[in-house]
Design a protein around this ligand. Structure first.
Ligand code: COA
Length: 161
């Protein structure tokens, strides 16, 4: 049974993340969405709120794809340590453009050196979602703008709840 972790800060989870979630859930027997700790980021949404958003999204996709194989958790410490502890063989990350690649490859290389048994799998984002990022969503929210083109109705519901 192949299990993958999709780690991220998800501050907040965007339509771009959701595309990766659904594609990865169809590729692996089990997909664990892990809210990790990016020490470089100061979050707008609490961990509790980010987990609630992701759980709403997972519930929706578990219903749509009828695989019921998506789980949401939070973890502390190194991503590979979480993988080793939970017998997770794959880390999934979405890549939008060259800029993502340089950051993502350095994390993946570090993870490879930390634990060769955990393989990073990159999924290309949808071309029409290249302009979407959590920081763009946060910026729009700070200016009281409409983010409905960037996040799903499930996420909007939790944001406004
Ligand atoms: N479509 C649209 N946007 C996407 C995307 C996609 N397919 N994939 C990523 N993004 C965007 C996100 O919106 C986010 O945008 P932002 O930076 O403008 O906010 C950015 O790309 C990446 O954020 P996110 O996906 O939430 O994850 P992250 O990069 O903050 O998460 C961790 C990083 C948590 C996975 C990483 O820091 C980690 O593993 N931390 C634990 C410590 C560790 O093990 N470090 C690695 C070894 S050194």
């Amino acid at each position: 049974m192949a299990t993958a972790l999709y780690p991220g800060t998800f501050d907040p989870v965007t339509n771009g993340h959701e595309t990766i979630i659904i594609r990865a859930a169809c590729m692996f027997d089990k997909l664990i969405i892990g809210v990790g700790n990016n020490t470089k980021k100061q979050c707008m949404f609490s961990l509790q709120k980010r987990l609630a958003m992701l759980k709403r999204v997972a519930k929706e996709y578990n219903k749509v794809i009828e695989l019921d194989n998506i789980e949401v958790v939070s973890y502390e410490g190194l991503t590979v340590d979480f993988c080793i502890k939970n017998k997770i063989e794959y880390i999934v990350r979405g890549v939008r453009a060259n800029t993502d690649w340089s950051a993502e490859s350095s994390i993946a290389y570090a993870n490879q050196l930390l634990c060769a048994g955990v393989e990073t799998v990159f999924l290309l984002s949808n071309p029409d979602e290249i302009g979407i990022s959590s920081s763009v969503v946060r910026e729009i929210l700070l200016h009281k703008g409409d983010v409905s083109a960037f996040v799903s109705s499930e996420v909007l519901g939790v944001m406004n709840g």
